[in-house]
Write a protein that binds this ligand. Structure first.
Ligand SMILES: C[S@@+](CC[C@H](N)C(=O)[O-])C[C@H]1O[C@@H](n2cnc3c(N)ncnc32)[C@H](O)[C@@H]1O
Ligand SMILES: [Zn+2]
Length: 295
């Protein structure tokens, strides 16, 4: 049975190196196996579930929220952000050299797709690892990014990734475990973080009962990474959206507000309003380098 050491994964049970076993017989699925015999089968959709023990208590995105996110992103509304994230990562690639990217909280894998399309044209061998705690999200991500290793795991637990394995970690509107990101990044690696800025989707938030984005997010971001990372550069991306009421409902529903909103009731409410023109999405992409002696 052929097995390969890449990508640089480690067993969530014993910390040993995980290898990908790809059975040659038709119908058998690949699996991840460590030297101690712990084994994780690929799900039918191609992702691996490496969640062991009790995950952090959290409210997982529902299948409907994930579908809303997929539809909204797939329609291309946030394309300028995907392009900008991709450019930020591309700037870190050495042409022809191997490149490993970890997308933490990958969701439906939308931004990783954009990154891989661009990076694979420039880098040598590209290795991609994507993780998320939601298997609904990873089902989509595994379909969109079959060349990535898609892992269900909890970012607040030790990550199932080897030390100094990644050239870049991307974190797009997802939780940040600074210590673990520092551990899995190479000393010359970079952390690329996307956050919303104050005023993000403000006019829609007012209509739809979403939480407004507070000011001082920047200070909070730097604080959450302090001791492990220092900001190196930042770029703002503003997108003026033109949306149908259904798209606005998807946009409201795909975020944290989706846990307490009824998407269909929201679509009806938004339908009755004047079209909310000029909903503005305001993002910041910040690139961090590891602090001296952090990992
Ligand atoms: C707002 S979504 C962003 C998804 C994707 N990066 C995007 O921008 O489309 C946040 C993601 O973080 C994931 N997430 C939340 N808590 C997590 C945890 N403890 N471990 C891993 N992923 C988590 C959620 O399942 C969700 O897919
Ligand atoms: Zn093991």
């Amino acid at each position: 049975m052929p097995s390969t050491p890449a990508p640089p994964l480690r067993c969530p049970l014993c910390g040993g190196e995980l290898m990908v076993h790809r059975p040659t017989d038709e119908g058998s699925r690949p699996r991840l196996v460590c030297g101690a015999g712990h084994s994780f089968d690929a799900a039918r959709q191609g992702y691996y579930n490496l969640l062991v023990g009790k995950g952090t208590v959290f409210e997982a995105d529902t299948a409907d929220m994930v579908a809303a996110r997929f539809n909204f992103l797939d329609a291309g509304h946030y394309r300028p952000l995907a392009d900008a994230v991709s450019q930020a990562v591309l700037a870190l690639v050495q042409p022809g050299q191997p490149f490993t990217v970890l997308d933490s909280g990958t969701g439906t894998g939308h931004y990783l797709r954009a990154v891989l399309d661009d990076v694979s044209r420039v880098a040598g061998d590209v290795t991609a690892v994507a993780l998320d705690i939601s298997k609904f999200a990873l089902r989509r991500a595994a379909r969109l990014n079959p060349e990535a290793i898609n892992l269900v795991c909890d970012v607040w637990q030790p990550l199932p990734v080897a030390d100094a394995a990644a050239d870049v970690v991307t974190v797009i509107f997802a939780p940040r475990n600074a210590g673990e990101f520092a551990r899995v990044l190479r000393a010359d690696g970079r952390l690329v973080v996307v956050t919303p800025r104050a005023g993000h989707l403000a006019s829609l938030a007012a209509e739809a009962g979403m939480l407004a984005i507070e000011d001082h997010k920047d200070a909070r971001l730097a604080e959450s990474l302090a001791g492990f990372f220092v900001p190196e550069s930042a770029r703002d991306v503003d997108v003026r959206l033109r949306l149908t009421p259904g798209e606005m409902a998807d946009l409201a529903f795909m975020g944290p507000a989706g846990h307490h909103l009824d998407r269909d009731a929201l679509a009806v409410k938004l339908e009755a309003k004047e079209p909310v023109s000029g909903v503005e999405a305001l993002f910041r992409i910040t690139v961090f380098r590891p602090a001296e002696g952090a990992a």
